[in-house]
Design a protein around this ligand. Structure first.
Ligand code: GAR
Length: 217
């Protein structure tokens, strides 16, 4: 399955997907990396490993629709079958989201549906919850909403600052996203009644992914 990765910045999740896709037998290949910001660090990495890396600067377009028309055109030009949002910080209109229905996934650094939106780690710490994590989900028009494919649980530790928590969750993101993409690319994660069903769900391919617990097994 050919994927197009959308980024806006550092692109560490994009790197995790690129590395996974380089493995023999991985069921997805990266067709193009697109950033809406010309200064996104991730573009350099994509170019460095020889991938098409395209900037579509949203500021250069009169409207969201015009920006998205170009985004859609470039994605199709590279034969994209599935879009992976990886730190892509631009809201998409219903027209674009509907055109890629069940063919666009996103990673968010919380256990959705909790802590949607920005500054999730700050809010997790303010609430004093003991477990947070990250989620990969199919994209719908509402922000950070849509059928959940897989989640990773991450502990909140005593004395954590937002940056500590962000770094710990990010490590889990780098494991979770390739895992979730594999499930989708193999056709095993399917949406039924707006929930994801994983075909042949078993311990080898869990939808709940908890690296720390797994490490102790
Ligand atoms: C990641 O933590 C990702 O989950 C988050 O932005 C970061 C991007 O880092 N995405 C969102 O908050 C989307 N709502 P990266 O550029 O290094 O992958």
């Amino acid at each position: 399955m050919k994927i197009g990765i959308l980024i806006s910045g550092r692109g560490s999740n994009m790197q995790a997907l690129v590395k996974a896709a380089a493995e023999p037998d991985y069921p997805a290949e990266v067709a193009v990396v697109i950033s809406n910001r010309p200064d996104a660090l991730g573009l350099e990495y994509a170019r460095h490993v020889g991938l098409p890396a395209v900037t579509i600067d949203h500021k250069a377009y009169d409207s969201r629709e015009a920006f998205e028309r170009e985004l859609d055109r470039v994605l199709r030009q590279y034969g994209t079958e599935l879009i992976c949002n990886a730190g892509f910080m631009r809201l998409l209109t219903a027209g674009f989201v509907d055109a890629w229905h069940d063919r666009q996934i996103n990673i968010h650094p919380s256990l959705l549906p909790a802590y949607k939106g920005l500054h999730s780690h700050e809010r997790v710490l303010a609430d004093g919850v003991k477990i947070t994590g990250c989620s990969v989900h199919f994209v719908r028009t509402a922000m950070d909403a849509g059928p959940i494919i897989a989640q990773a649980a991450v502990p909140v530790l005593e004395g954590d600052e937002p940056g500590d928590l962000a770094a710990r969750v990010l490590q889990a993101e780098h494991q979770l996203y390739p895992h979730a993409l594999k499930l989708v690319a193999e056709g095993r994660a399917r949406v039924r009644d707006e929930k994801v069903v994983i075909d042949g769900n078993d311990r080898a391919a869990p939808a709940l992914f908890s690296p720390l617990i797994g490490a102790r097994d």
